[in-house]
Design a binder for this molecule. Structure first.
Ligand SMILES: CC(C)(COP(=O)(O)OP(=O)(O)OC[C@H]1O[C@@H](n2cnc3c(N)ncnc32)[C@H](O)[C@@H]1OP(=O)(O)O)[C@@H](O)C(=O)NCCC(=O)NCCS
Length: 164
């Protein structure tokens, strides 16, 4: 436990570019937030692609490999998509998702992206709240797109943000 934890202070995080060397760290966090986890190898392979980029929230002064969240995106031909984003539940609602997404939007602009898309389950209130606060708007629906472990199907919302 750090001094900050002891005194109930908010832990501080730096947002850094996600590199292939972070694949194990990102995958271990991904499996805590998603029913279908991505392996280290999948993260590694994606991060080697020049169109793929991402960011990691690394804890300041914490253990060297302590991460609070990650985001991964792909940009090509003026369009980008959010591939995945996740924040450790211990650090929920501290603004990490917001900061990770702002880093993606900044990088997307540098890559001359004009529109950025994502898909989200219509029942995912935190994620829809985050995307809405960033200015994403629903542009389409994909009925029965997601299938839960129990076979239940739910609708995906396709959301878009215009960057120019
Ligand atoms: C979605 C997720 C990344 C949000 O991360 P977070 O760091 O907790 O979010 P932030 O603290 O940055 O919140 C930013 C905004 O998102 C919205 N939000 C976040 N959590 C919310 C919640 N539980 N309920 C409603 N809105 C929420 C709010 O608008 C919030 O702004 P506010 O705190 O000023 O009201 C996180 O909940 C997560 O990892 N979920 C599991 C994985 C997932 O579903 N990923 C998205 C797949 S499409």
């Amino acid at each position: 436990m750090s001094l900050g934890d002891y005194f109930g202070l908010r832990p501080a995080f730096n947002i850094v570019p996600l590199e292939s060397g972070h694949a194990v760290l990102a995958a271990s966090l991904h499996r805590t937030r998603f029913a279908r986890p991505w392996s280290d190898g999948e993260f590694h392979a994606l991060l080697l692609q020049p169109t793929v980029f991402g960011f990691l929230a690394l804890r300041q002064g914490g253990p060297p490999r302590a991460a609070g969240g990650f985001v991964l995106a792909r940009a090509a031909a003026g369009e980008a998509e959010i591939l995945t984003i996740g924040v450790d539940t211990r650090f929920a609602r501290l603004g990490l998702g917001w900061r990770l997404m702002l880093s993606v939007l900044r990088e997307a602009r540098m890559r001359d992206v004009e529109q950025i898309f994502l898909e989200v389950d219509e029942g995912n209130v935190p994620a829809i709240g985050l995307y809405g606060k960033l200015g994403f708007r629903k542009v389409a629906e994909r009925k029965a797109y997601y299938v839960a472990a129990d076979g239940a199907r739910s609708t995906a919302l396709v959301m878009r943000l215009d960057l120019r």
